[in-house]
Design a protein around this ligand. Structure first.
Ligand code: DAH
Length: 344
């Protein structure tokens, strides 16, 4: 009987080693491990043997069964892998099948407009630089001629990070203008910089206001910089971004850190300046604030205002994007809604 088991085992294993297909393997399994196999019969007949023999033979029969089962498992894996390989090799490859489309990512409209704005100024010799969104009172206000209790602070509803009211109190910058000061503190004229970045205001949101938005600041300082440089630079910017034929208007405005201060508007492209809802009936769309850098600001940054002069400007990127693409609500930009974003 033990010899029979040895024989059975070696025959089964040598057959197994020659098997190549799942079908042959299944036949093998039925033959050697199935209910009607010799091995199963041997195990069943153990009960009829005297106890001594039963123990020895039982142990051996179980070993053989375990061994055949584990070899079978390994073979099954090998056969299934090679049968996949065969079907790939054998099945004709259809090279005309269209590829599977996968969704393409794209840049956010605000990112694109920022890049476009910076590119226009880069062509005019401006460098691009970024600055901190967490600012000190000094840079956001004081250094820009807006001391404590100055009424111009009301123009900027501020998100404060510190409670103290001195120039070291931290806040989320309400505009990108603090970078004017940081640039002038660390660079010597001639200077030409644009600064894109996020800005924050403590404001209720509606279709035209959000508590976070983007600005692009600009600064040029050199000897002999005049209002004429300011106007021509900004007019060129407007024509590049909004089209060569767009009318551009330049008017006086007040900002504490410039003197004189101004505001640039473009002709309303919806109504061609006859007056509509987009332009509030005025025919013009304001797009940026600007002015000649105030001599006190220059001096505070260590630049001699009797030698140097400069101009600065700041624009809202969401506003420009809204005007350009006819977006009806500023809150769409950060809703994460693909139906909106896919349109750009
Ligand atoms: N920082 C101003 C604002 O957020 C915009 C501005 C006005 C920037 C005049 C300037 C400037 O550089 O000269 O409303």
């Amino acid at each position: 009987m033990p010899q029979d088991l040895n024989h059975l085992e070696s025959v089964a294993l040598s057959e197994l080693s020659r098997i190549e297909t799942p079908g042959e393997l299944e036949e093998w399994r039925v033959r050697y491990l199935g209910k009607k196999s010799a091995l199963t019969a041997a195990l069943r007949s153990l009960g009829t043997l005297p106890p001594d023999e039963r123990r020895a033979l039982g142990a051996r029969a179980n070993d053989v069964k375990k061994n055949l089962q584990s070899r079978f498992d390994a073979k099954q894996q090998a056969v299934s892998v090679s049968s996949i390989g065969q079907s790939i090799g054998v099945a004709p490859l259809d090279v005309t099948l269209p590829g599977r489309p996968f969704p393409m990512g794209r840049l956010h409209p605000i990112t694109r407009v920022i890049q476009e704005i910076c590119a226009v100024f880069a062509r005019m010799g401006f460098q691009v630089i970024e600055g901190p969104e967490v600012e000190k009172d000094y840079y956001n206000f004081e250094a820009l001629n807006i001391p404590q209790d100055h009424p111009a602070r009301d123009m900027f509803a501020t998100l404060w990070l510190d409670q103290k009211d001195d120039s070291t109190a931290r806040l989320l910058r309400t505009h990108t203008s603090p970078m004017q000061v940081r640039i002038m503190e660390t660079h010597k004229p001639p200077l030409r910089f644009v600064v894109p970045g996020r800005t924050y205001r403590y404001e209720a949101t509606d279709a035209t206001h959000d508590w976070m938005f983007h600005q692009v600041e600009g600064l040029a300082v050199d000897i002999d910089i005049t209002l004429r440089d300011l106007k021509e630079t900004l007019f060129e910017f407007c024509r590049s971004v909004f089209g060569r034929d767009t009318g551009v208007r330049f008017r006086c405005d007040y900002f504490p850190f410039v003197e004189p201060g101004g505001e640039v508007a473009i002709e309303c492209f919806q109504c061609k300046s006859s007056g509509c809802r987009l332009c509030g009936g005025t025919g013009w769309l304001e797009i940026l604030g600007t002015g000649m850098v105030h001599p006190d600001v220059l001096a505070r940054c260590g630049i001699d205002p009797t030698v140097y002069s400069g101009f600065a400007f700041g624009m809202g990127v969401e506003r420009i994007t809204i005007l350009r693409y006819g977006v009806d609500d500023i809150r769409h930009f950060y809703s994460g809604d693909f139906r909106f974003l896919r349109q750009f």
